[in-house]
Design a protein around this ligand. Sequence first.
Ligand code: FAD
Length: 477
Amino acid sequence: MWEKDLILKTLPRLESDMCVDTLIIGGGIAGLTTLYYLRDESSVFLVDAGVIGKGVTKNTTGKLTYLQNTIYSDLTNNIHYDTAVSYLKSQKKAIELAKDIITKEKIDCHLERVDSYVFALNKKEEKKLRQESEFLESQSIEVKEGNLPLKVPYIASISVQDTYVFNPIKYLNHLKKMLKDKIFEFTKITKIKRIGSKYVCYSGDVKIVASKVIVTCHYPFFFLPFCLPLKSHIEKSYIIARKVKNNPKFSCINVDNPSISVRYYEDEKGIYQICLACSHKTSKEQNDEENFKRVKRIFNISQDDIVTCWSNVDIVTDDKMPYIGEVKPHLFLATGFNTWGMTNGILSGFMLSNMVLENPVPFEDLFTLKRSDFYQVKNFFPNLLNSVVAFIGSKKREKEWYENRLVITKKNGKSIAIYKDTKGIEHIVYTTCPHMGCSLVFNEKELTWDCPCHSSRFTIDGECIKGPSTKDIKYKE
Ligand SMILES: Cc1cc2nc3c(=O)[nH]c(=O)nc-3n(C[C@H](O)[C@H](O)[C@H](O)COP(=O)(O)OP(=O)(O)OC[C@H]3O[C@@H](n4cnc5c(N)ncnc54)[C@H](O)[C@@H]3O)c2cc1C
């Protein structure tokens, strides 16, 4: 959707060893915004495994809003009222930062001010909505009730002003052009090793020695330190864009999962309604075809109206807040944006750059990677169970699912899949994810192999296109 009228010029890969002060790994919204804030430092570089803007940010719905389901009542109930207040301040700060960058750099990314709505579909959701409204009013935010301009069977809604939508890929592409001398594409980091006071980052035959490393690759490709799988789960949603006649200038989302969300996008060629639904934990269900049919039913979309459709995954943390901070001395990380990575990605850029420059860092304690409160301890075992269920489920699915669609068999004791495309060409891959051994699920819609546990993705020919896996699953005779 976002790149339909863009010509994305690629940048060269890193061909020889390099010594730098700061290396940023991953050029999505978090990494590129970090590079933007560090642009005046002489020895700061960013590497991306593929092409900038082809990661999760490519598939977002691009809302820049502080009204995020009922996050403030969730934080108040599960952690503390003060945490909710700080989180609200952080999201408002992120919107200001986004506006400042877009205005200062004159980025043509269709930034548009819209009203944000949250709506309740049942009594339980309505109760949470009331609490959310009370919280926002206690923070002197004007909240309006009712009048959701969308045909869904809602029973209550609230809305706030001063929130935005934009085209995230035009934003990234502008920064990429501006900072091109500091970026290497097609440079995947597969290992980081601490040697003395430096970090050595390996990419094939090439090494980058850095004093400071910032990891912004969505899902960190290392398990230790940090153990993200035990602090989070992966959530997937399905999105359809259709052409419409009017832009009512609002965005909306319901209170709980499965999400129903809408925004509009207007460019020179027309107005599009972007409809999202059916979000679920990837450990639970992976029938993409059925989920796209459900999205069509929910929004009453006919096949002829569809401009494009896609799915996306994001990392959801136990306490619904991102992790932004130092994981080891001079090794920094930003991840777990809970499907709100436009605000949290831009905020990460601001925070991480200030950490590297040893400036005061707002919200450092709120998002620290070292936080572990009762809420997280409580979720440790459910998360472990979720990982085990995802792992076993993926193994079971391998046997049950594809009998008629593709062949899964064993070669030299390893499970392989043979997929025949419409031209009769066979595409053969190993079906086990190299990251932690989960069985991959075939995504028939986008013709990829997806990990239901930690969100790695591979092409039908086995090339790894999304981490945390750093290895391919190409079949070798
Ligand atoms: C359905 C859906 C809708 C969403 N809508 C919204 C929304 O409306 N508003 C909002 O605020 N958020 C939204 N989000 C969340 C948002 O899209 C993400 O949180 C955000 O895009 C993540 O950005 P990122 O920079 O962390 O990751 P990415 O954009 O994935 O960038 C990571 C980059 O790192 C690179 N990389 C990975 N591994 C390596 C490696 N080993 N070496 C080098 N490079 C590497 C990748 O190639 C990639 O370019 C949505 C999420 C979903 C699932």
